[in-house]
Design a protein around this ligand. Structure first.
Ligand code: ATP
Ligand code: MG
Length: 420
């Protein structure tokens, strides 16, 4: 579990701000749910024999003896809240959420015990058009962040529950034939969750898995049509994809479309966004059947990716534009008022006022250390003349003496471009 320190928070805000604006532009509304839920909610939705429920949840008893769990993902909570508040009665909903999730996994680069996801859920729509919309939204996000050329869209269809059950039998029969090649994890999954074996990262099993029967070849007609509808829409929108017949996802509730956006830039923790359709989940949790599709993306991994690829824009560095420096205590009040005036006139400008007095030398030192690009000096002479001295702290450039009334205009041109 990590602290988010000041040198990183501007980048997080840049990412979160970009996502939030995007969700609004597509007509999705934010939902915020508690970070704890009844344990049973996750066991029933994610599935008893998944990694998450078997070994990753932070579960505890509260003072009443109720079993509660820190949410390991967002979909179950979102469905629970939507049902509880009647948001799913004969209507569609486009919702998104963001926040911390908790999984007791082995910590490593790109994998933490408290991590953060942004996710989206669309309820009440069964066609491939909404699947495509959801994918287009993510594709636009990558474009806006400069990531589009660094990620790959992988697609698969899990078919209907019935088709998957039939396929499951074929798959188990195949694995039984190759039992000697299964690792310990896979042997355990053979009876509980054989599809998950397809997802194994063990290189020794790769050749055997490559020859396993493919779910894609055993789809029911309706799921096949749905999948073809989706790929046609993606092609119309110019979104490249690869079909990965071994993409099964680690949670039980998916059916039909599943997808992941992956990158090769982060080693083995390469999935940055994952989702799919879960038409059966609402009913499974006690509601009327309603189709649904969604995804979640891991914020830490995306932040890491932006840093690794050096795609952090200037504005996401969180640096100050201007340090307003009264040169002595007599100038404090005027400097404060001038800083306030600039904040009113240039709302985008990041202005810090020097506080805490000090000698002339120490004031200049603080201005240098502030990280600001510019300093505005106000001393006796400046005050007498209604002027201020603008000093460039990070470039070799002659300082300017400016009329206080003309300051905003000059500053606006100096910092425009940096905020673009
Ligand atoms: P993985 O195969 O990497 O374990 P998952 O199938 O468990 O992923 P999901 O539950 O689908 O992942 O979560 C969606 C996204 O959330 C992942 O693609 C990843 O970006 C992020 N994520 C999942 N677990 C963690 C974690 N422990 N730390 C950081 N990010 C995570
Ligand atoms: Mg996992």
């Amino acid at each position: 579990m990590n602290d988010l320190l000041p040198d990183q928070s501007a980048l997080w805000q840049y990412f979160e701000g970009t996502v939030q604006a995007l969700m609004q532009r597509y007509g999705y509304a934010e939902i915020r749910t508690p970070i704890v839920e009844q344990t049973a909610l996750f066991a029933r939705s994610i599935g008893e024999v998944t990694d998450i429920v078997e070994k990753e949840m932070y579960t505890f008893e509260d003072r009443n003896g109720d079993s509660l769990t820190l949410r390991p993902e967002g979909t179950a909570s979102c469905v629970r809240a939507a049902m509880e508040h009647g948001l799913l009665h004969n209507q569609t909903q486009r919702l998104w959420y963001q926040g911390p999730m908790f999984r007791h996994e082995r910590p490593q680069k790109g994998r933490y015990r408290q991590f953060h996801q942004v996710g989206l859920e669309a309820f009440g729509l069964e066609g491939p058009d909404i699947d495509a919309e959801v994918i287009l939204l993510t594709a636009r996000l990558w474009q806006e962040l400069g990531l589009y050329d660094h990620v790959t869209l992988e697609l698969n269809s899990l078919g209907s529950n019935e088709a998957r059950a039939a396929y499951r039998d074929k798959l188990v029969a195949y694995f039984e034939q190759h039992r000697d090649q299964l690792d310990e994890d896979s042997l355990r999954r053979l009876s509980s969750n054989p599809l998950r074996i397809l997802d194994s990262k063990n290189p020794d099993m790769a050749p055997m898995l490559a020859d396993a029967p493919r779910l894609m070849d055993h789809l029911d007609a309706a799921s096949r049509e749905h999948f073809e509808g989706l790929t046609a829409l993606l092609e119309a929108a110019g979104i490249d994809y690869v079909i990965n017949p071994r993409l099964v996802r680690g949670l039980d509730y998916y059916c039909r479309t599943v997808f992941e956006w992956t990158t090769t830039a982060l080693g083995s923790q390469g999935t940055v966004c994952a989702g799919g359709r879960y038409d059966g989940l609402v009913e499974q949790l006690g509601g009327k059947p309603i189709p649904a599709v969604g995804f979640a993306m891991g914020i830490e991994r995306l932040i890491l990716l932006l840093e690794t690829l050096e795609l952090v824009p200037e504005a996401a560095l969180g640096e100050l534009d201007l340090y307003v420096l009264p040169m002595d205590d007599d100038a404090t009040a005027r400097a404060m008022l001038l800083a306030e005036r600039l904040r009113s006139e240039l709302p985008e400008l990041r202005v810090q006022l020097h506080c805490g007095g000090g000698s002339f030398k120490s004031r200049i030192k603080k201005a240098d250390r502030s990280g600001a690009r510019l300093a505005l000096l106000l001393g006796e002479d400046e005050l007498a003349q209604g002027r201020a001295t603008l000093k460039f702290l990070r470039e070799e450039r002659e300082q300017l003496s400016l009329d206080q009334d003309a300051l905003a205009e000059t500053l606006a041109t100096l910092v425009s471009g940096e905020h673009a």
